[in-house]
Design a protein around this ligand. Structure first.
Ligand code: ADP
Ligand code: MG
Length: 323
């Protein structure tokens, strides 16, 4: 199968484009049309075999995840998807792999109205790079720099399960098959929180997505905003942010996975205390649970208190590719 046949067969879908896409796959460029007055939001994430995924991962799950991690960045900005491009290096034209990969990618692209509008295909070690384009009205984007002392800190969904699955798949911890199956779903098929990101426009003061771990990604918000935070372990333990599977793990593992795990693709965000009801309403409208973990402080530091109010010493850094 030649390059152009491959592109046509696996990456070009017939049918009408949504309003934001004037021209999709097939020409020298795609043409996107944001709604009048809106700004383009652009983000790129690359996935490399052996670094971000196992060589034998289900190709449909990989297609899903490659787009999901990018959509998660749009969600964290409060942006609405317009379309995406895919740059793909493949060692060979493996049709079963391409069929699975494109099925996983297109299923999420259609569900989240983010059509594939172009890309590049080349031979080489397996490497995937998706760029997403979204739109957001000026001033309504959820930047990392907007957290203020007194704001409250929230997280969506559940954190830690992806890391739990990774530890099991790396042979570091045995897990019962049903627990592994559930946590592996979180690792391989993360849910981008797009509806929540949109619902939090005008409510959240800052947001980021949890790709490198809750503490690390909150740290990015704190650094960008020039503030600190005081979080309550008791609030986390009492919240819905921990799955029953993670709660059943030994405490060091629970803390490591939940606080420094990564690959969760939840939103960590801040909002003024007066907006607490609005946050809960946004979460309901987006059908996404949220948990309140603590508050923003003026001292530039992230501190945790344990259940008895004592400072918790967590030598937990976020996952850093170059550490
Ligand atoms: P060019 O020579 O201008 O780089 P290509 O031959 O690489 O064009 O691509 C032809 C068309 O197919 C372009 O519209 C490009 O965006 C699209 N395309 C190539 N690879 C992919 C891919 N993996 N996914 C989606 N579209 C692709
Ligand atoms: Mg090209």
């Amino acid at each position: 199968m030649g390059e152009f046949e491959l592109i046509r067969h696996y990456f070009q879908r017939p049918g009408a484009n949504p309003p934001g896409v004037v021209l999709g796959v097939g020409d020298d460029c795609a043409l996107l049309q944001p709604e009048a007055g809106q700004r383009l939001a652009i983000s790129t994430d690359m996935l490399v075999e052996g670094r971000h995924f196992f060589p034998d991962v289900d190709p449909a799950a990989l297609g899903h995840k490659a787009l999901a991690v990018n959509l998660s960045d749009l969600a964290a900005m409060g942006a609405q998807p317009l379309g995406c491009t895919l740059a793909l290096a493949l060692p060979r034209a493996d049709e079963a792999w391409l069929a699975g990969f494109s099925q996983g990618l297109f299923a999420l692209a259609e569900a989240e109205a983010c059509p594939l509008v172009g890309g590049d295909t080349t031979k080489g070690p397996l490497n995937l790079c998706i760029t997403v384009f979204g739109q957001v009205p000026p001033g309504q984007e959820l930047r990392r720099s907007g957290a203020r002392a007194g704001d409250e800190v929230w997280v969506s969904g559940t954190v830690g399960d992806a890391r739990l699955a990774l530890e099991a798949l790396l042979g570091e911890t045995p897990l019962p098959p049903d627990v592994l199956a559930r946590s592996r779903q979180r690792l391989e098929r993360p849910t981008p929180r797009l509806a929540l990101g949109l619902a939090l426009r005008g409510i959240a003061s800052a947001a980021a997505d949890v790709s490198d771990g809750l503490c690390g990604d909150l740290g990015h918000i704190l650094a960008a905003s020039g503030v600190g935070a005081e979080l309550e372990l008791g609030a986390l333990l009492a919240s819905s942010a921990l799955s029953a599977d993670l709660r059943a793990r030994p405490r060091p593992q629970l803390l490591r996975c939940a606080l420094a795990g990564g690959d969760d693709y939840e939103l960590i965000f801040t909002a003024p205390a007066a907006a607490r009801e609005a946050v809960l309403q946004a979460a309901r409208s987006a059908d996404t649970p949220v948990s309140r973990l603590g508050r923003i402080t003026t001292e530039a530091d992230l501190r945790w208190r344990d259940e008895s109010g004592q400072p918790l010493d967590l030598a937990l850094a976020s996952f850093d590719h170059f550490a």
